[in-house]
Design a protein. Structure first.
Length: 428
């Protein structure tokens, strides 16, 4: 076996050492024993043994080219292999081939280390890219979901603000219309009260002179006063205008008339005059009935104006509260709209960044996959046959060492001899 041959080669190397031979010369008196390590091996036998070792190695490597071993075998088999110095050349060829094999093995070791390292680094990078892609995909989905949600919220806020503005406009128009109606009512009712007061005063002139209030005298201008003081006739008093020459103006609009008609329709109609009305002959009785009726109408009109004024104040207060609440809500909704619009813009920018990062990661992964494929093409064969090649080189180096030992003088047939001298005695 190979181990046996190595053991024999080591033994022969020790026994053939110069110091060992000197020691044997002193300790072994027998000429036969002294020649134990000096067995005559002819150059032809040396060549045959070395050639046999080389050919055995070549035969064990069938199917793979071994040009260096073949050159050594050719050198040993040639006719000039017996020339002086031929063995030295073959030994040098063996040494050179051993150096080449050792260098090849060192290159394979370095290449194996490089490949394994690159596969580890690439695997780590691939896992990192997988994580990056997963994170970017999650971020993209989250950003899209956030943008969709904010878009709906923005639409709802815009619709709410639009509806609020519309309701404010409608409330404002309604408040204006109510205020116009109120002013028309107050104007017409005030005119009616004044007119009824005028009528009452006129009745008092006839029925209750003490309660009669004469009209204010016409105020003369400074010129007229001077003129009358000198005995002139005062200028004639202009006839009062207004309703029936009373000087009372009634700015009553159609809407006010409608309002008055509606109000009058809701009120209970006054009781009809008594059937014996014509029987009242006394002046006091007549005055009391008519004036009381006028007072009742004035009271009703005054009450209506008071109620209308109260309703107007309440409506105006409610309108101010509504406007304040609407303004506050619109301010809050506008601020929220601005905030959500900004948040949506930020999310859209983030989405673009994440999509860009995702594309970069995809490109990096494609490049990494391409690099890993090139690594497999470069390293798979080496990694698969690394141990086989290493073992083959070791055996080849071992065979070259044995061949070199034979060419240097070692005889592997020594172990086939009958050992009687030194080895036989020391084995006992």
């Amino acid at each position: 076996s190979a181990e046996e041959l190595v053991a024999l080669a080591d033994t022969i190397k020790v026994l053939n050492d110069d110091d060992a031979l000197d020691l044997f010369k002193k300790t072994l008196p027998s000429p036969g024993a002294q020649s134990l390590m000096q067995i005559g091996v002819s150059r032809a036998n040396q060549r045959e043994q070395a050639l046999s070792l080389i050919r055995r190695e070549l035969k064990g490597r069938s199917g793979s080219a071994k040009p260096d071993l073949e050159l050594i075998a050719l050198a040993l088999a040639g006719k000039r292999s017996m020339d002086k110095g031929a063995f030295d050349k073959v030994i040098k060829m063996c040494d050179d081939l051993v150096d080449v094999l050792k260098k090849e093995q060192l290159d394979d070791d370095n290449k194996k280390e490089y490949c394994e390292s690159q596969f580890d680094v690439s695997d780590d990078n691939m896992k990192a890219l997988d994580r990056t892609l997963a994170q970017e995909e999650t971020a993209i989905a989250s950003a899209k979901e956030g943008i969709a949600s904010l878009t709906q919220e923005i639409k709802a806020l815009e619709a709410g603000i639009k509806a609020l503005d519309k309701s404010v406009a409608e409330a404002t128009e309604q408040r204006k219309a109510e205020n116009v109606e109120y002013k028309e009512l107050m104007t017409s009712d005030s005119a009616a009260v004044e007119l009824l007061g005028f009528a009452k005063n006129r009745l008092n002139k006839f029925y209750n002179p003490k309660l009669y209030k004469p009209p204010a005298e016409q105020e003369l201008s400074a010129e007229d006063k001077i003129f009358t003081s000198m005995g002139g006739t005062p200028p004639p008093t202009e006839a009062p205008g207004g309703i029936a020459g009373t000087g009372i103006e009634a700015f009553v609009q159609i809407s006010a008339h409608n309002h008055m008609a509606a109000a009058a329709a809701t009120k209970e109609a006054p009781a009809p005059p008594p059937a014996t009305w014509s029987a009242y002959a006394k002046k006091s009785e007549e005055s009391n009935g008519v004036i009381s009726m006028i007072d009742l109408l004035i009271k009703d009109l005054t009450k209506e104006m008071t109620e209308a004024e109260t309703e107007e104040k309440e409506a105006q207060a409610d309108y101010k509260t509504l406007m304040a609440d609407a303004a506050e809500k619109r301010t809050a909704d506008s601020a929220s709209l601005t905030e959500k619009t900004g948040a949506k813009a930020d999310l859209e920018a983030d989405l673009m960044d994440h999509e860009s990062a995702h594309q970069v990661a995809v490109k990096e992964m494609m490049a990494l996959q391409k690099y890993i494929a090139s690594l497999h093409a470069e390293c798979d064969w080496l990694l698969k046959f690394f141990d086989v090649r290493k073992t083959a080189r070791s055996e080849e180096i071992e065979a070259l060492g044995r061949a070199k030992a034979v060419l240097s003088g070692a005889d592997y047939s020594l172990l086939q001899l009958r050992t009687k001298g030194f080895l036989a005695r020391h084995s006992q």
